[in-house]
Design a protein around this ligand. Sequence first.
Ligand code: GDP
Ligand code: MN
Length: 437
Amino acid sequence: MPFGSRSDGVILTRIADPGSATQGGGGLRWGILSRPDRPSRRTRLKLQEFHARQLLRASGLPVPAWSVATTPQEVGEAAVRYLAGGAERVVVKAQVLVGGRGKAGGVKLAANPEEAAAIGRAILGMEIRGIRVRRVLVAPAADIVHEYYLGAVIDRAARRILLMGSAAGGVEIEEVARTDPAAVVRVHAHPHLGLLEYQARQMAFALGLGALLAEAVAIARGLVATMVANDADLVEVNPLAIVRERASDGTETLSLQCLDAKVTIDDSALPRHPELEAMRDLDEEDPADVEARAADLSFIKLEGTIGCMVNGAGLAMTTMDLVKRAGGAPANFLDIGGGARSDKVATAMRLILSDANVRAILVNIFGGITRGDEVARGLIEARAQQERDVPMVVRIVGTNAAEAATILEAAAFETATSLDDAAARAVAAAERAGAAA
Ligand code: GDP
Ligand code: MN
């Protein structure tokens, strides 16, 4: 569901906030809506450009040919094909899930196969913002006349899909929104009918695309349709370019082409889209995220020092708040879910400890279907496996709390009965560990 929050209750979204853009506040930003103080965090599925291009194509949008290469030789071979097909040059583009690849040297043009292979070798060897490039996209280079921006996001406040366009394309829209907010055109799609014809025409005219009206309208509507069809929360084409093509008799035609594509999918919608789940690039995901997903744990890494293991999303949020109130900062959001067995608890512990910043762990379990003794046994199991000794404060109440207390006491765990007390002790333990370090 494009408008849904995650099933674990954490609302993570790209906030399209026209207000902050006009105030020079940074325009679009990612974040946990109810917690603007928390660092932003990627929890949706981000697709590589070549996958995003497939989705645009499937919606009938004009995307030029491309192929994916993993070796310089493959880049050369693709270049041979496109140059033989009439292209004057080819473009080689790093496939990594970060923006600004062009600026970082990850997008280069080549005039012959040798040059393409050499560029392929250079780009395949590079790191862009810490991510190693393993694949490149090779395509016939477009002869660009002008670059536009066109992107659809969820506007949660308006509860609609927001299509944004700008005639100042090629650069980041955040930058345009900040320096020249009036240069960003905004249209809200109809919640049931999608982007209506007249709305697409408004957008096209506002961008100065009247001469290519039919194409621009189809692209604008297609972008929104792509978003709806895939439960995406972002579909962005930057640049959408006016491209000049020269026929063999010398006549020139202009057309609109999607030269870059960025799509992110709402995680909650993935059960409806196994074909999109298959596009997930595990190489670029945080290993902790991958393990958490495999174990069916809701885990979000944050930047504090107190690891939190909690059952229930609401209690997890509350626990984070109490840690803050006690003067500490949570290292993560973690909901082990209802009825968690001891092995799941052990996995959760491993995830928490995989974060080198963690100096203390606060376990807060309210036993309902989750049994306190199961969790206690899981904690003992986890501690036996754990490589790093980190102080832990455990509060278990509810189902089988007495059994849990007996087990924990026998194993010499530090326990607490009140949540405030538990939070205060975890914060104190983290401070002691910090001072000792
Ligand atoms: P990004 O920097 O990660 O957004 O990557 P893009 O795919 O948007 O490429 C960055 C820039 O490279 C674009 O804004 C264009 O100016 C340029 N570029 C990309 N593809 C082509 C192409 O086919 N032909 C030409 N001439 N330039 C291109
Ligand atoms: Mn781009």
